[in-house]
Design a protein around this ligand. Structure first.
Ligand SMILES: Nc1ncnc2c1ncn2[C@@H]1O[C@H](COP(=O)(O)OP(=O)(O)OP(=O)(O)O)[C@@H](O)[C@H]1O
Length: 367
């Protein structure tokens, strides 16, 4: 017969006894309340999966584990770090990242930004892709020059605004055709200025279009800025998906610990716009789903490969703005899923890190 002592002994053996707050054994039902090592969602998920596997292999399928995992209280030091990093007025900072270049990360960031703006949110977009800033082209603001404004005695950069999105990009300062060959510290200093020395005003979301890959610049941005969560963009090919793991691992590093809100699969399939029900999985099918399941993160959206997305990017009017189009619909669903993932993330974090979602159109709210 299963006893409390037996379970206690096993918990000690698998070295989680110090995480357990409450243990009850009733017949074959084992009730365990425990505290995860860190507040990050993936840590709780990892612990849950490991506990379930360990219990099944030790006690067999008849024993039912009723597990409740809570987040640890942040330490005073952590609370102060969070407060120090907060950017007044900006509720959520979402990093849009990709393991590989050319997967459509900037296109996705631009389309998500206009979609969130159409949903009624106050949105900012920071083009941190110093190697190839594309926000000015994609949102038709090429050649614009941010003005300087005085706010509370400080001179701040005034973001450029179009389609309801406030934006800043290194492209506004360096000229579109001028190659930006900056070293890491210089680039991250410039980016930090664009985040902190800019008059963003009140924002529900500031999306940061990161450079592709996982280098020093990424680390310095995500260490300096209080990023709420990361969205990873990938295409379905194996080579691209393999790099997604590296990207996710970067956000999940212990010193960084940024929750990954989900994966967006871009160019998931080709579809002719006049026959949207015909889908051709030319780069492979369901690879992103399997990978996401394996990593315990949701797939937020599958964006098709459509000629008009490329054309819209080139003319500076993101495809998601086309009223009644399938792209508009797909981006709306993707943005909603991102928000759901964000709300879920907030449930799993201590209140100091939990962020507000203020204005909502058709989505759940949390304050
Ligand atoms: N779903 C899509 N359908 C058709 N074309 C697309 C799609 N997504 C992106 N593109 C096109 O692919 C090209 C590359 O996209 P984009 O510049 O967004 O990639 P990226 O990942 O940001 O690149 P990098 O990070 O290397 O700058 C662009 O011409 C863009 O219009």
């Amino acid at each position: 017969m299963l006893t409390k002592a037996k379970v206690q002994e096993f918990l000690k053996e698998i070295e989680v006894d110090d995480l357990v707050n409450n243990l009850q054994v009733m017949g074959n039902d084992v009730y365990i309340d425990m505290t995860a090592h860190s507040p990050a969602m993936h840590e709780k998920k990892k612990l849950e999966v490991a506990m379930k596997q360990a219990f099944a292999s030790e006690f067999g399928e008849d024993v039912v584990l009723k597990l409740k995992i809570v987040s640890p209280e942040p330490t005073e030091v952590q609370q102060n770090q969070i407060k120090g990093k907060q950017i007044p007025g900006i509720q959520n900072i979402i990093a849009v990242a990709s393991g590989k270049g050319g997967v459509g990360k900037s296109t996705v960031a631009a389309n998500l930004a206009v979609t969130l703006a159409k949903m009624g949110f106050k949105v900012g977009l920071l083009d941190a892709d110093i190697y190839g800033p594309s926000v000015p082209t994609m949102l038709d603001t090429e050649g614009s020059k941010p003005l300087s404004v005085e706010v509370d005695g400080r001179n701040l950069m005034q973001p450029i605004e179009n389609y309801g999105v406030k934006m800043l990009s290194i492209g506004y300062f360096s000229g579109a055709n001028q190659a930006v060959v900056w070293r890491g510290p210089m680039a991250s200093k410039a980016l930090n200025q664009m985040i902190r020395d800019a008059h963003w005003g009140e924002l529900d979301f500031l999306l940061i279009d990161l450079p592709p890959g996982t280098g020093d610049i990424h680390l310095s941005i995500i260490q300096e800025v209080p990023v709420t969560g990361a969205v990873i963009v990938s295409t379905p090919q194996h080579v691209a998906l393999a790099d997604v793991r590296k990207g996710i691992a970067m956000f999940q590093m212990e010193s960084i610990n940024i929750p990954v809100l989900g994966l967006i699969e871009n160019m998931a399939y080709f579809t002719p716009e006049e026959l949207p029900e015909n889908k051709y999985y030319i780069f492979g099918k369901q690879g992103a789903q399997y990978l996401a399941e394996d990593l315990g993160i949701p797939v937020l959206g599958e964006i098709p490969l459509i000629q008009s997305i490329r054309e819209a990017g080139d003319v500076g009017r993101p495809a998601a703005m086309q009223e009644g189009s399938i792209i508009e619909e797909i981006y709306k669903t993707t943005a909603q899923k991102m928000i759901e993932s964000l709300v879920e993330r907030n449930k799993n974090l201590p209140p100091t890190e939990a962020v507000k979602i203020t204005t909502m159109a058709g989505c759940s709210t949390r304050k």
